[in-house]
Design a protein around this ligand. Structure first.
Ligand SMILES: CSC[C@@H](O)[C@@H](O)C(=O)COP(=O)(O)O
Ligand SMILES: [Zn+2]
Length: 238
């Protein structure tokens, strides 16, 4: 099969910033942070009408460009068998990430250019220490996080809100509750999944990565503040 017919030309590039090269590199970085160990977590990048997605259930720090799936955006109507439409599939027997419908929430509902999923223990601890449906923090360094993940940067004086949804045994079943949380909290840059992790998006991969890092810093800080009995939201009267 020629390059043209297989779609391999969509993942072969010498440009280090090509999504097929970036996804493996970023996943190696996330692995070092403990965000994508045990095959969990991942990142998807959308450039224009193409979405690049990693395979499911593989060691994310060992992904190669040849393992990347490319899907059309917007999503093409599924085949009569209900199968997703791909512009390019790896020749190996791999399946696209189970997070695909959740990444798609960020593309559809926020027009995001990238979405990151981590199993960061800081995020998981935040979902357990704050049992309600939203995590809130104020008067901390929240300036790296943007309104809705896409708009202007938050100010020191804003209160950052991240909705929390309940986990399900199958990743795909989170799609609707994640979408509901995104509609209910239009200013949120991420959705936490209780006892599981977080989905963070941005207008491009750099902004999604920056916001994932900022939020993780805040969750780690929040866990320490809780241990020290310091409230996360400052009382404006003192
Ligand atoms: C051990 S991870 C559980 C997975 O279902 C999922 O939550 C995840 O983070 C990664 O899914 P994947 O399909 O490997 O990309
Ligand atoms: Zn996960």
């Amino acid at each position: 099969m020629s390059l043209q017919q297989s779609g391999d030309e969509l993942v072969v590039s010498e440009d280090p910033l090509h999504p097929a090269n970036l996804i493996p590199e970023l996943c190696r970085g996330f692995y070092q942070l403990g965000w994508v160990t045990g095959t969990g977590g991942g990142i998807s990048i959308r450039v224009g009408d193409k979405v690049y997605i990693a395979p499911s259930g593989v060691q994310k720090e060992r992904i190669l460009p040849a393992h990347i799936f490319v899907l059309p955006f917007p999503q093409a109507a599924p085949s009569p068998h209900g199968d997703r439409v791909f512009l390019r599939r790896p020749s190996l027997n791999l399946k696209e990430s189970a997070c695909t419908p959740l990444f798609w929430n960020a593309f559809d509902l926020r027009d995001a250019g990238s979405c990151i999923h981590t199993h960061s223990q800081n995020a998981v601890m935040a979902t357990l220490l704050w049992p309600g449906d939203v995590f809130r923090i104020s008067h901390q360094m929240i300036k790296g996080v943007r309104l809705g993940g896409m708009g202007k940067a938050l100010s020191y004086l804003d209160t950052l809100e991240v909705p929390i949804i309940e986990n399900t045994p199958n990743e795909e079943d989170l799609k609707d509750s994640m979408a509901e949380a995104m509609v209910k909290y239009p200013d949120a840059a991420a959705v936490l999944v209780r006892r599981h992790g977080i989905y963070v998006w941005g207008s491009d991969w750099e902004k999604a990565k920056t916001q994932t890092e900022c939020l993780d810093y805040l969750f780690e800080l929040a866990v320490k503040l809780k241990a020290a009995n310091i409230p996360l939201v400052k009382d404006e009267s003192n």
